[in-house]
Design a protein around this ligand. Structure first.
Ligand code: OFO
Length: 176
């Protein structure tokens, strides 16, 4: 049984994860428009992952007998001045999501709500991985640069990351 404050915050997080998915899908579309197919595929995969984050929360609310409420969604930005700016925005966005997860953990800890505290550990680990992932891409962009052929090499690097993610997903499905 969850407190109303916890239900409200988990619902807020559901909508944040859905917004993350819309944001990455829109960014994927911008990349495809700019002929950056590797980045487009990678971000499209990431949009699907965000929907999975959303569904985990939704199922948790269902399991605890609470009502999930899907709110209105603000449109994500659709113009980016450069690929660097786009990935900088992602990194900032993921840091803001980490702060929201930390707030949730704090609430679960102070109520206390040990079931939700346990459930949230997956998100704590996931946010660490996501920040690491996007910081890594930004580091590559800064190292290689986007001038001349640089952008081609960055897109190829990100394309390899998308292919590896695809293989991981196939292996996980086969193991189930
Ligand atoms: Fe990008 O991890 Fe969920 O939001």
């Amino acid at each position: 049984m969850l407190s109303q404050a916890m239900i409200d915050r988990l619902n807020e997080q559901i909508n944040l994860e859905m917004y993350s998915s819309h944001l990455y899908l829109q960014m994927s579309s911008w990349c495809a428009y700019k002929a950056l197919e590797g980045c487009a595929t990678f971000l499209s995969q990431h949009a699907d992952e965000e929907m999975m984050h959303m569904r985990r929360l939704l199922n948790y609310l269902h399991e605890t007998g609470a009502l999930a409420v899907i709110g209105g969604m603000q449109a994500p930005p659709h113009y980016f001045s450069s690929l660097t700016e786009l990935f900088e925005q992602i990194y900032e966005h993921e840091q803001s999501i980490t702060r929201k997860i930390n707030d949730l953990v704090h609430l679960a800890n102070t109520e206390p709500d040990y079931s939700t505290l346990q459930f949230l550990q997956w998100y704590v680990a996931e946010q660490h991985q996501e920040e690491f992932l996007f910081k890594g891409i930004l580091d590559k962009i800064n190292l290689i640069g986007t001038e001349g052929q640089g952008i081609f090499f960055i897109d190829r690097e990100v394309s390899n990351m998308a292919a590896n993610k695809g293989k991981e997903a196939t292996a996980m499905t086969a193991a189930q």
